[in-house]
Design a protein around this ligand. Structure first.
Ligand code: ADP
Ligand code: MG
Length: 224
């Protein structure tokens, strides 16, 4: 009976997630369908249509890409990797976005870094999500410090931003699928990232003070 209960609970969660995905994808699909019909009916080919259509397609692509990690947790490929390379790659990827938003990114190594067994692409995706959230939390300008240190058999990575912070009542909802406060957010980043960190047997902690900033702390075992 216990097992059956667990299974039906799982199914309920899957159902909720499926409903969310269906809803999130249906909106851009409806819009795309409308434009195709318009173009068929009137033979209109306005450049604005194509701009909107490609941004709707990009939205669907973003949602699907984020969810793909959840779909294939077992496809994770664990290999020994240098975390400093991984971090500098992530910073490079978000550099233009940071410059556009007048955000300084600093990387501080507090100790020597060992190699770590991880799925490089998954871990990169999680770190991109944390850093991107930090950049998006800035009002006007700001600074993000990424601190890395090794203690015992773990590596601790902290993303500290001095952005808008998170109200206490929202802190408990973080990581819920589709919870977002952004106009064009997916609300999938933290959920997917938490899953990635858990797949690495790591832990994730968020600390935030409204109006002062947010710190995301990831702790990962070196040996995976
Ligand atoms: P999205 O970025 O698409 O909104 P996420 O799952 O990445 O989805 O984040 C969910 C919500 O958590 C964000 O909409 C935001 O309200 C909040 N959040 C996450 N990281 C931060 C941060 N560093 N500073 C302020 N708010 C954050
Ligand atoms: Mg995000």
């Amino acid at each position: 009976a216990q097992e059956f209960l667990q299974n039906s609970e799982k199914l309920a969660l899957v159902g909720q997630l499926a409903a969310g995905i269906a809803h999130e994808i249906r909106n851009p699909l409806t819009s795309l369908k409308g434009f195709v019909q318009l173009m068929q009916k009137d033979g209109m080919r306005k450049p604005e249509y194509f701009t909107i259509m490609s941004s709707e397609l990009a939205r669907i692509e973003l949602i699907v890409n984020e969810l793909l990690v959840l779909a294939k947790p077992h496809a994770a490929a664990f290999e020994a990797r240098d975390l400093s390379n991984l971090i500098s790659h992530v910073v490079t990827l978000l550099e233009t976005e940071a410059i556009l938003r007048k955000v300084m990114i600093r990387v501080v190594f507090e100790t020597e870094m060992p190699m770590i067994r991880c799925d490089e692409n998954h871990l990169k995706q999680a770190f991109i999500n944390f850093l991107k959230n930090g950049i998006e939390a800035m009002q006007g300008s700001g600074e993000i410090v990424i601190r890395l240190r090794c203690e015992d058999n773990r590596v601790v990575v902290r993303f500290e931003d001095n952005g808008m912070g998170i109200p206490p009542e929202q802190l408990t909802r973080l990581g819920e699928a589709f919870f977002t406060t952004k106009e064009s957010g997916t609300g999938l980043g933290l959920m997917v990232s938490r899953r990635i960190i858990e797949n690495h047997r790591g832990t994730l902690r968020l600390k935030s003070a409204l109006g002062q900033g947010t710190t995301v702390e990831v702790s990962l075992p070196i040996h995976g």
